[in-house]
Write a protein that binds this ligand. Structure first.
Ligand SMILES: Cc1cc2nc3c(=O)[nH]c(=O)nc-3n(C[C@H](O)[C@H](O)[C@H](O)COP(=O)(O)OP(=O)(O)OC[C@H]3O[C@@H](n4cnc5c(N)ncnc54)[C@H](O)[C@@H]3O)c2cc1C
Length: 544
């Protein structure tokens, strides 16, 4: 498989043998952690597998990659100077623009000198007597630290499909999450793309413009709304900059990390005409939250959700000329229960003569062959195959590291029936290990920069609390953890989220336990709970 230009030698520096905090990952989480740790005069190293900062936006360089939260909202709030000086160009920036932002932050706060790039962390073990973690890297280095923070991202452990014959294929293959830094020119090629989640929806229209022929293999269709992306206007940038403090506060108190009007009506208490006018407005606005928060009950009532689902189905049928293709593109699960997408010309792309949709529910893939993809009815030949097959989400990057807590307890074993955390931040048996946006926190159901900043601040306040009170370690009790896991499940059970076979449920990874992993109670509510835990002297944790 062609991957990014990341096969360079390891970081030439040797990390220190001992620091206060080891951080894994130099995406937005790890970068902010490092900045704050320096402010607390704690020594830290950050280990990062990639060659530069940016995390998601370093790896996912596939054509069309964009954020689907607006730039002025998908940005750090911790520095007013940064907020004021940074100039975003687009409403929904492309991957290069977000990567530039991450690089600017790294330069501005001089972060790189404590980040060891090209360095994958492979193992970490807790020494109970010393109350320290020893963290090991792929290059054989070992660093001992009091605190160990996994800032490894919810969507960073990429996933290939489990199809027989993957290695047999003779043409070029690409995974959207490991896109070559130098780009790929598909001109004149017959291309197959497997997967129609966010990465597929974003890349398909762009690849279709280049390739001679593009065949899309779809198992589960995505809901997608037009992004209506555009350059930001100077007046809207100025207005946001003048009001940033109030906006950030509203983000923190909101449901999704994005301030939106709070719905007051059920979708079922208004006329069909009124409802469709509201959905139409959301469709025109190019905003996912606008449709998801249009009514009080879209995430909780199947009947209410069906009205939004019918609206999107109608749109798909209006746009896509071939009725069978349109039908195949219509999702059968409730809107919003798998991550919906924002696109640029996604459905329109299926009207192109060089684009073909294969519905894998009718003709499943049997194997990858030397020449291409064999489905149950025929073989397709390609010059290149793109795997837009996503991630082992939320837990993959955590369990990929051999993390051993007290008594050698492995996190993989502790989580064999699904992740078990307290607040999505810590796990019983693993003292002084913290996770940023871990399973059991709002994470992927939110504007993640808001959730990242909240977790980093909470974790560092906890570390500070230990230091000021002469304490060495903290660890959740099993009771507090069990109660939190029950609470996360209970909240999910009030919603329609578990009804979709989504990566939030672990459904894209064969053998992974089906558990709805994020906390669906909303960013604002969640923050209150975390703050209450801290205010009560870290209730639910054993401090020693
Ligand atoms: C295609 C795509 C689109 C997205 N769009 C949005 C969006 O619109 N809105 C939104 O809020 N969020 C979005 N996200 C989620 C996005 O991941 C977060 O917004 C945010 O960038 C996560 O930052 P992070 O630092 O927590 O994790 P990441 O950015 O994933 O960074 C984690 C880093 O840890 C490193 N790492 C992992 N394991 C190891 C190891 N063992 N050793 C060393 N290094 C390791 C990885 O290399 C990576 O660089 C998107 C994600 C993807 C993949």
């Amino acid at each position: 498989m062609s991957v990014s230009s990341n096969n360079q030698s390891s970081d030439p520096r040797t990390p220190p043998a001992s620091v206060d905090v080891v951080v894994v990952g130099a995406g937005f989480s790890g970068m902010y952690l490092l900045h704050r740790l320096r402010g607390m005069n704690l020594s830290a190293v950050v280990f990062e597998a990639g060659t530069d900062v940016g995390g998601t936006w370093y790896w996912n360089r596939y054509p069309g990659a964009r954020v689907d939260v607006e730039s002025l909202a998908y940005s750090y709030s911790f520095s007013e100077e940064l907020e004021q000086e940074y100039e975003w160009e687009e409403r929904y920036p492309t991957q290069p623009e977000i990567l530039r932002y991450a690089q600017h932050v790294a330069d501005r706060f001089d972060l790189r000198r404590d980040i060891y790039f090209r360095t994958r962390v492979t193992a970490a073990a807790y020494d109970e007597d010393e109350a320290t973690w020893t963290v090991r890297t792929e290059h054989g280095d070992a660093v001992t630290a009091r605190f160990f923070v996994m800032a490894t991202g919810c969507l960073s452990a990429s996933k290939l499909p489990e199809i027989p014959g993957l290695s047999r294929y003779r043409g070029a293959t690409y995974h959207t999450a490991h896109w070559p830094h130098e780009g790929v020119d598909f001109t004149g090629m017959r291309v197959g793309i497997i997967g129609t989640g966010s990465s597929g929806v974003q890349s398909i229209p762009v690849i279709a413009e280049q390739a001679a022929d593009l065949t899309v293999f779809q198992r589960t269709p995505a809901y997608s709304l037009p992004a209506r992306n555009r350059k930001l206007r100077p007046d809207e940038i100025a207005e946001m900059k003048a009001n940033y403090r109030a906006f950030r506060q509203a983000q923190r108190e909101s449901g999704f990390g994005l301030p939106t009007p709070i719905p007051t009506k059920s979708a079922l208490e208004v006329s069909e005409e009124e409802r469709n006018a509201v959905y139409e407005q959301a469709w025109e606005a190019g905003s996912l939250v606008a449709i998801l928060t249009a009514y009080t009950d879209l995430t909780t009532s199947q009947e209410a959700n069906d009205t939004a689902k019918a609206f999107v189905h109608r749109k798909i049928h209006e746009i896509v000329k071939d009725p069978q293709t349109a039908q195949d593109l219509c999702p059968d699960y409730p809107l919003g229960t798998k991550r919906p997408c924002l696109d640029t010309n996604y459905y329109e792309t299926y009207n192109r003569d060089n684009v073909h949709l294969v519905n894998l529910r009718r003709t499943p893939i049997v194997e990858i062959t030397e020449r291409g993809v064999r489905c149950s009815d025929r073989e397709y030949e390609f010059d290149a195959i793109v795997y837009a097959t996503g991630f082992d989400a939320m837990t993959g990057a955590l369990t990929n590291v051999d993390i051993r807590g007290k008594d050698g307890l492995s996190i993989k074993e502790a989580w064999h029936a699904g992740p078990r955390t307290y607040l999505g931040i810590a796990s019983a048996g693993f003292p002084n290990l913290f996770m940023i946006t871990g399973p059991g926190s709002p994470s992927v159901l939110s504007n993640m920069i808001v959730s990242i900043e909240q977790h980093v601040d909470w974790v560092l306040d906890a570390i500070d609390h230990l230091g000021r009170n002469g304490l060495k370690a903290m660890e959740p009790t099993l009771e507090a953890q069990d109660a939190w896991v029950d609470h996360v499940n209970e909240i999910a059970s009030y919603t329609l989220y578990p009804k979709a076979n989504s990566w939030c449920m672990g459904a894209n990874v064969p053998g992974k336990p089906r558990v709805f992993m994020p906390y669906a109670g909303g960013v604002g509510e969640y923050r209150k709970k975390c703050d209450e835990v801290a205010a009560r002297g870290y209730e639910g944790f054993v401090l020693s």
